[in-house]
Design a protein around this ligand. Structure first.
Ligand code: BES
Ligand code: ZN
Length: 896
C-alpha cells in the first residue's frame, strides 16, 4: 500500500501521549526543491503514562540528524515513525533536535509545505505537520512555537508565521529572515508559514475592551482591489464574537492569506488563516452575490475558530465536530445576525437546511454514514464531512433551542472558563452547556440527548393528527424511528425538539393549550420528544387545525405527515413561520414530482403540474408582501439529488426528465408573472451585496432563465435576445452570470457566442474561468451532450488537473452536481469518473477521495445504472496502489 498500512483507528483506543512537547523552535531555509528544517523541541515524559519509547510521526521527509541534549543518539524507523528508545529517564525535560529536508515543489498533495505560484504555503490539518518535521502529530499535544524563516529576499519578500513578528533582517547572498513568536500554545495542526511576493490590505481596529489590533489580508499583487469585502467581513466577525459571545481577539495581529492552490475552503491557523482565493477575492465585476456571502461566512468561520478550535481544541480527531459543528453553527448565526430582517434570516436558514438535506441526509443513508462523533476511521481526511459539519451544527442548534439563546451564551462562557487552553471532547462541551442551565430540558435529558453524537442515520418523525369536534380537542401523535446504518442495526430514541404551531383553515394562528395547562399560549412552542411514540392533546381547539410542525427546522429529521394539498396551500399562504411556508411549497412540488417519476406517463402529453400548484406559485410571485429572495427559494424546484433521496429505486434520467418538464411548465404557465418579476427586479442600482438587493438579483435571474426556457418551447427569440443583451451590458458579475446561465440552461444558440465572449473578457481571472468551466460541465443535459463537452473542456489550455479549484470546476460539476448528465445509460459517465478518480489519486488523494464519493448512492440506482456503477467502483478498488483515502471510500461503497 502506497501510504503504509490501511488500518482503522478506533476512538476507544485513545490514550494520552507518552510525552509532552513544551516548546518548539523551528528554523526553515526555504527552497522550492529542498527546504531544510531544523526542529528543536523541549520534551518531557507524561508521568500519567507508563514509560515507553518516543514515536514521532513523519512523512516524505529526509532525515539528516537527531540529537538529544546536544548529543547523537540511537534511533530506528518503524514504518513512518521515528522511534527513540534511549531517552533520559525521569520527569526532567530534555532537548530533542531533528534536522530534515523536504521538497515543497513536488508536493502535489497540498498537505504540509508546498509551492503555489512561486510562493510557499502550509496546510497542516489534520495530519500535515508530519510532512514538515518529525513530531507528535496529534491535537492534544500543545506547544509554544518560535519560528525563523530564511529565504531569498527578492523572490520571497514576505515571510509570515503564527503570532508576533519579533525580529527581521538581512542575511548573506541576498537572503533575509523573519522570526515569529506565537504567544499562545497550540497543537501542531494550527502551525502555518507563508513566504512569497504578496501585498496586504491593512486595517487597524480597536476592540470593545480598548485593545488595538492589526488586521491584514495578503494576496498576490494585482488582487488588492478584491480584498475589501474580506476585510469588512473580518471586522464584522471580530465585532460579532465580542458582542454575541463576549469573545475578543486575543492577538495583536490577525492575518489572512489567499492561495489559488488549496484543497479545502480555508484554514484557521492561529493568527495566520490561509484561504482558498475563492473565499477571499471579490469585487462586483468578478464575484457573484453567492461569492460575497460565502466569503462572509468562511471568513467568519475561520475567525470564530480562534476560540472554538484554537483556544479550546480537540482531544483527538474523533472530536472533530467539537470545533467544526460548533463553528459552523457560529458562522450560520453570524450570517443570520448580519442579514437582519426576519425574512433574510429565514432565507439563510432555508439555504442551510437545503445543504443539510441534499448532502447530509444522503450521506447518513449511504455507505459512508457515521455518527457526528465517529467510532473509527481509516483516513481522517475522509471525515471532514457534511455530517461532522452540518449535522454537528444542527446538534449545537438543538442545544440552543433547549436552553434558549441566553442560556446558550451562558453555556459557552462556562465552556471557556473550564477548558481554555485545553484539548477536550464533545462530552465536555455538552456538559458545560447543560451545567450552565441546570433547569433546562438539556440538563434533564443530557445522556439521551448525546445519542445525537453516537448514533448515525437521519431519524424519521411520523406525525398524524386527530380532531375531535365534540370535545374541541386535537391530538397529535408523534412517532420516531431511525433506519440501520453500517455497524448500527438498532437505534434508541433521540431527543427531538419539535417547534409547533397550529393554524385554522383560514390560516389564522390558533392558541396552543395542552390538557394540563392553565392557559393557552400563542405563537410557536417547543415540545421535546424523547419516547419512540408520544401524543400531544390540545384542548379548546375551535376547528380542525393545520399543524405547522418543526418550525425553523427545529431538528435534523425527516418529517412524515400526510398533508393534504389544501393544508399545504394554507401553510404556504399563511404560516407565520417563513421556513414552513417555504417547506409547504416544496412539499407541493415534491408530491407532484414523485407521482410523475413513479408513473410511466408520457411527459409530453400529461403535465406534471396542476392548476392548483401553478396558481399558488403565481400568487407567491405576485405577492407584494414577500421578499424577492424568499420568492426565488419558493419558486426553485427541489433538486434532482433531493428527489432521488425520496425514492427507493432511482432512475436518474426519469428524475431529470420530470424536473425539466416541471421547470418548462412553470416557465410557460407563469410567463406574465415572470415578466413582471423581471421588470420589478432587473435594476438594483449601484452594486451592494446586501440581502435585499441580492435577493432581487436572484429573482430577476430566475425570471430571466424561466423566460428563456419558455422561449425555447415557443421558438420566440425576444427573451434570449434580451438575455444576451443583459449579458453584455451587466454592471456586475451576478447579473452577467445569471444572463449567461439563462442562455446555457435554456440551451439557446446564443449560449455559444456568449460563452466565448465571457472567456475572452475574463481570461486573466482564474476564479471567473472556474465559473466558465463549471457552468458548462453542470449544464442541463440535452441528448447526452455534456460528457463530450466535459472531455473537450479537459483539453482546454486553461484546464489543469493539479489545481483543485479547476479540477472541481469541471470534474465535480459533472460527476457530483449534474446527475442528469452523469448517469448515462451507456455507462460512459461512470467510466469517466473511474478514470478521473485514479488519475487524481496519483496527484492529490484528498481531492480524489471526494470525487470518489460521487457514486456513494449507487445501490439505489435502477438498472442498467446500478450494475455499470458497481463495475466502475470495482475497477477503482482493483487498483493496487490506491491511497488510503480513496481505498476507504470505495471499500465502504462496495461493502454489503
Ligand atoms: N478546519 C477547516 C479546514 C480543513 C478541513 C483543513 C479539512 C484540513 C482538512 C476549516 O475550518 C473549515 O472547516 N473550512 C471549511 C469552510 C467552512 C466555512 C465550513 C472548508 O474548508 O470547506
Ligand atoms: Zn472549520
Amino acid at each position: 500500500m502506497r501510504e503504509g498500512q490501511a488500518t482503522a483507528i478506533h476512538r476507544a483506543d485513545y490514550t494520552a501521549p507518552a510525552y509532552w512537547i513544551d516548546t518548539v523552535e523551528l528554523v526553515f531555509d526555504l527552497d522550492p526543491a529542498k527546504t531544510r528544517v531544523l526542529n528543536k523541541m523541549r520534551l518531557r515524559r507524561n508521568g500519567d503514562v507508563a514509560p515507553q519509547a518516543l514515536r514521532l510521526d513523519g512523512e516524505e521527509l529526509n532525515l539528516a540528524r537527531v540529537l538529544v541534549n546536544g548529543q547523537g543518539t540511537s534511533f530506528k524507523m518503524d514504518g513512518n515513525q521515528l522511534v527513540l528508545e534511549n531517552l533520559p529517564e525521569g520527569p526532567e525535560a530534555f532537548d530533542l533536535e531533528i534536522f530534515t529536508t523536504c521538497n515543497p515543489a513536488k508536493n502535489t498533495k497540498l498537505m504540509g509545505l508546498y509551492v503555489s505560484n512561486d510562493s510557499f504555503f502550509t496546510q497542516c490539518e489534520a495530519e500535515g505537520f508530519r510532512r514538515i518535521t518529525y513530531f507528535l502529530d496529534r491535537p492534544d499535544v500543545m506547544a509554544s512555537y518560535t519560528v525563523t524563516l530564511r529565504a531569498d529576499k527578492a523572490k520571497y519578500p514576505v515571510l509570515l508565521s503564527n503570532g508576533n513578528l519579533v525580529e527581521e533582517g538581512a542575511l548573506d547572498d541576498g537572503r533575509h529572515f523573519a522570526k515569529w513568536v506565537d504567544p499562545h500554545k497550540k497543537p501542531c495542526y494550527l502551525f502555518a508559514l507563508v513566504a512569497g511576493q504578496l501585498v496586504a490590505r491593512e486595517q487597524r481596529i480597536r476592540s470593545r475592551a480598548g485593545k488595538d489590533h492589526l488586521l491584514q489580508v495578503f494576496v498576490r499583487p494585482g488582487d488588492l482591489d478584491k480584498t475589501e469585502h474580506a476585510m469588512n467581513s473580518l471586522m464584522a466577525s471580530v465585532a460579532w464574537d465580542e458582542a454575541r459571545f463576549g469573545l475578543p481577539l486575543d492577538l495583536e495581529r490577525f492575518m489572512i492569506v489567499a492561495t489559488s492552490d488549496f484543497n479545502m475552503g480555508a484554514m484557521e491557523n492561529k493568527g495566520l488563516n490561509i484561504f482558498n482565493t475563492k473565499y477571499v477575492l471579490a469585487n462586483q465585476a468578478t464575484a457573484t452575490d453567492a461569492d460575497f456571502s460565502n466569503i462572509e461566512s468562511v471568513v467568519g468561520h475561520e475567525y470564530f475558530h480562534n476560540w472554538t478550535g484554537n483556544r479550546v481544541t480537540c482531544q483527538d480527531w474523533f472530536q472533530l465536530s467539537l470545533k467544526e459543528g460548533l463553528t459552523v453553527f457560529r458562522d450560520q448565526e453570524f450570517s443570520q445576525d448580519l442579514a437582519g430582517s426576519p425574512s433574510a434570516r429565514a432565507v439563510k436558514r432555508i439555504e442551510d437546511v437545503r445543504v443539510l438535506r441534499t448532502a447530509q441526509f444522503p450521506e447518513d443513508a449511504g455507505p459512508m454514514a457515521h455518527p457526528v462523533r465517529p467510532d473509527s476511521y481509516i483516513e481522517i481526511n475522509n471525515f471532514y464531512t457534511v455530517t461532522i459539519y452540518e449535522k454537528g451544527a444542527e446538534v449545537v442548534r438543538m442545544m440552543q433551542t433547549l436552553v434558549g439563546r441566553d442560556g446558550f451564551a451562558q453555556g459557552m462562557k462556562l465552556y471557556f472558563e473550564r477548558h481554555d487552553g485545553q484539548a477536550v471532547t464533545c462530552d465536555d462541551f455538552a456538559q458545560a452547556i447543560a451545567d450552565a442551565n441546570p433547569q433546562s430540558d438539556l440538563a434533564r435529558l443530557l445522556p439521551q440527548f448525546k445519542r445525537w453524537y453516537s448514533q448515525a442515520g437521519t431519524p424519521r418523525l411520523h406525525a398524524s393528527g386527530q380532531y375531535d369536534a365534540a370535545a374541541r380537542s386535537y391530538t397529535l401523535s408523534l412517532t420516531q424511528s431511525c433506519a440501520p446504518t453500517p455497524g448500527q442495526a438498532i437505534k434508541d430514541p433521540f431527543v427531538i425538539p419539535v417547534n409547533l404551531g397550529l393554524l385554522d383553515a383560514q390560516g389564522q394562528a390558533l392558541p396552543l393549550q395542552l390538557a394540563h395547562w392553565n392557559q393557552a399560549e400563542s405563537g410557536t412552542r417547543t415540545f421535546v420528544l424523547t419516547e419512540a411514540s408520544e401524543t400531544l392533546t390540545f384542548v379548546n381547539v375551535d376547528s380542525a387545525p393545520v399543524p405547522s410542525i418543526l418550525r425553523d427546522f427545529s431538528a435534523p429529521v425527516v418529517l412524515d405527515y400526510a398533508y393534504t394539498d389544501t393544508e399545504l396551500l394554507t401553510l404556504l399562504a399563511h404560516d407565520n413561520d417563513p421556513f414552513n411556508r417555504w417547506e409547504a411549497g416544496q412539499r407541493l412540488a415534491l408530491a407532484r414530482a414523485l407521482k410523475a417519476i413513479t408513473s410511466d406517463s408520457d411527459l409530453a402529453n400529461s403535465p406534471v403540474l396542476d392548476e392548483a400548484y401553478l396558481d399558488a406559485m403565481r400568487q407567491v410571485l405576485a405577492d407584494p408582501a414577500l421578499d424577492a429572495a424568499f420568492k426565488e427559494l419558493v419558486l426553485t424546484l427541489p433538486s434532482e439529488t433531493y428527489l432521488a433521496e425520496q425514492l427507493d429505486v432511482v432512475d436518474p434520467q426519469r428524475i431529470h426528465a420530470v424536473r425539466e418538464a416541471m421547470r418548462e411548465q412553470l416557465a410557460t404557465a407563469l410567463q406574465t408573472q415572470w415578466q413582471q418579476a423581471w421588470e420589478d427586479n432587473r435594476d438594483t442600482g449601484g452594486y451592494q451585496p446586501d440581502p435585499v438587493s441580492s435577493g432581487r438579483r436572484a429573482l430577476a435571474g430566475l425570471a430571466l432563465t424561466q423566460l428563456c426556457v419558455a422561449a425555447r418551447r415557443s421558438g420566440d427569440t425576444v427573451w434570449p435576445g434580451k438575455a444576451f443583451q443583459r449579458f453584455k451590458d451587466a454592471a456586475n458579475m451576478t447579473d452577467r452570470f445569471n444572463a449567461l446561465s439563462a442562455l446555457v440552461i435554456s440551451g439557446h444558440e446564443l449560449a455559444a457566442p456568449a460563452l466565448s465572449r465571457f472567456h475572452a473578457l475574463f481570461k486573466n481571472e482564474a476564479l471567473v474561468i472556474d465559473k466558465w468551466f463549471s457552468l458548462q460541465a453542470g449544464a442541463p443535459d440535452h441528448g447526452g451532450h455534456v460528457l463530450p463537452a466535459v472531455r473537450q473542456l479537459m483539453n482546454h489550455p486553461d484546464f489543469n488537473l493539479r489545481n483543485p479549484n479547476r479540477a472541481r470546476s469541471v470534474i465535480f460539476s459533472f460527476c457530483s452536481a449534474n446527475p442528469g448528465a452523469f448517469h448515462r445509460s451507456d455507462a460512459a459517465g461512470y467510466v469517466f469518473w473511474a478514470d478521473r478518480v485514479i488519475e487524481l489519486d496519483a496527484i492529490n488523494p484528498q481531492v480524489a477521495a471526494r470525487l470518489a464519493r460521487a457514486l456513494d448512492r449507487w445501490k439505489k440506482l435502477a438498472e442498467p445504472y446500478r450494475s455499470a456503477a458497481r463495475e466502475a467502483i470495482a475497477r477503482v478498488a482493483a487498483k493496487a496502489d490506491l491511497s488510503n483515502d480513496v481505498r476507504e471510500v470505495v471499500t465502504r461503497a462496495l461493502a454489503d
